[in-house]
Ligand binder design. Structure first.
Ligand code: EPU
Length: 423
């Protein structure tokens, strides 16, 4: 297994290009299953999760061609000949559940493996299933699979009222509703930019959707969807992650393609911590206003709140802040596994249930550390950028799921970072 070695190296300067959003692309790709005509995505990120979704779609009979070094995905679902998403693929990536709504809506039946838990929490899929039931689907859970059938005549519009906000369940419901007969109202819908991006793409394919980006989405079902070409929205989590690099190390870095509206709540916390963010036509420029970052409290929430996917990276910043910060994780119950690793680097953190209390130290010290999930891995790299000495981050395959060319992007702004091949 490869590892990444980071050596604290002082201020950073330059530009980092931000890729298309992994989590948008992972829901835009299954949207191809809704139409017999081609769907082409541009600005796709080059990541192992995207390759996993490619394998899944291909296993169902879809064509997926990766063009222009992976930045263009040309897909066609003309010949869907298998309606079973196998456990061997689904267990690698939970987003696989997103093929359920589209397959069911288009062909009236689908069998999808239940994903199971993962490192950051239990992560059930009950809300996805509830939404499809509200559109008339009959579901049977057996042998670890969801066996789903639409009523004769296909899914019908209904009211989906989510008891809690779920990004994936909103996406599944939205895709299924585009081909359901009649009107579907999705209440307490997720408002993430990835939902708006999905709705934009579906509208290009001929869907009738209103209200995306607000808590109530209304979908008027249509008989069929056509083809489209769609540009994947900027990855707000990659953006926020790299904004933290100059915040932690000092210097000034411009994140090309960055927009404040994608990371509003995060920018408010950076401002309170003493980090300056300026928006220009080319992106966001970030620098530190003071010698030492100030402590701030952070609570993760659904969009437009502070994203859970930036909590680990923010913790890396707060480890050397002046004062004590409290981070509250409200989305995933077990998402503090980076804390003990950061403590190996000298951080002072107490975790109690959903809260982590971080008391800033002057300086972190390099150490061998272990990545436990995607965002945890990158938080360790960020911490290593400003630590004294060498930090070796092991198990970096997690990183390849969500960050393309991380070594190239960070060394391009002056960081001392290299990837070494495992035995
Ligand atoms: N939940 C349920 N039942 C469900 C679905 C969700 O109880 O049927 C719970 C979850 O366990 C969690 C909360 O609802 O406590 C929110 O989960 P959500 O469904 O919103 O998460 P997701 O759709 O599975 C996406 C991203 C995650 C990101 C979350 C929250 C994708 C592929 N994944 O997951 O991204 O953390 O939304 O914003 O879009 C990552 O990129 O590192 C990542 C984990």
């Amino acid at each position: 297994m490869d590892s990444i070695i980071v050596t604290g190296n002082g201020p950073l300067s330059g530009q980092i290009p931000i890729a298309g959003a992994k989590n948008a692309c992972l829901t835009l790709m299954p949207a191809t299953l809704l139409s017999e005509e081609p769907l082409t995505l541009t600005n796709a990120p080059r990541l192992s999760d995207i390759r996993t979704m490619t394998t899944l779609l291909q296993s169902l009979g879809a064509e997926v061609q990766s063009l222009q070094d992976g930045q263009v995905l040309a897909m066609s679902s003309h010949d869907i000949n298998n309606h079973t998403a196998d456990y061997d693929i689904v267990r690698k990536m939970r987003a696989s559940i997103l093929v359920l709504g589209p397959m069911l809506a288009r062909d009236g039946h689908a069998v999808v493996s239940l994903p199971g838990g993962c490192a950051i929490g239990a992560r059930p899929v009950d809300l996805h299933l509830r939404a499809l039931e509200a559109m008339g689907a009959e579901l049977d859970l057996r042998d670890g699979y969801v066996h789903a059938k639409a009523p004769s005549g296909g899914l019908r519009g209904g009211t989906v009222d989510f008891p809690l906000v779920s990004v994936g369940a909103t996406e599944n419901a939205l895709m299924a509703a585009t081909l359901a007969k009649g009107t579907t109202v999705i209440k307490n819908a997720a408002r993430e930019p990835e939902i708006v991006d999905l709705a934009d793409c579906l509208r290009r394919m001929g869907a009738q959707i209103e209200g995306d980006g607000s808590p109530t989405i209304t979908v008027q079902g249509v008989d069929r969807l056509g083809g489209a070409t769609h540009r994947v929205v900027t990855d707000r989590i990659e953006l926020g992650t790299y904004m933290l690099a100059p915040a932690i190390c000092g210097g000034e870095v411009t994140l090309l393609g960055g927009r404040i509206d994608l990371v509003g709540a995060f920018c408010e916390k950076l401002d309170a911590a003493g980090i300056s963010v300026t928006e220009t036509p080319e992106g966001l420029t970030v620098s530190r206003k003071t010698d030492r970052t100030k402590a701030v409290d952070v609570t993760t929430e659904p969009f437009p709140g502070f994203p859970t996917d930036l909590q680990a990276q923010m913790m890396a910043l707060l480890c050397t802040a002046d004062g004590t910060s409290v981070l509250e994780e409200k989305i995933f119950e077990n998402r503090f596994m980076h804390a003990p690793e950061l403590m190996r680097m000298g951080a002072r953190i107490d975790v109690h249930g959903g809260h982590a209390r971080v008391t800033g130290v002057e300086k972190l010290k390099g150490a061998p550390v272990m990545a436990t999930d995607l965002r945890a891995s990158v938080s360790l790299i960020l911490a290593g950028l400003a630590a004294e000495g060498e930090t070796v981050v092991n198990r970096v395959y997690h990183l390849d799921r969500g960050y393309e060319h991380v070594v190239r992007k960070l060394s391009g702004v002056g960081a001392k970072i290299e990837r070494v091949k495992g035995q």
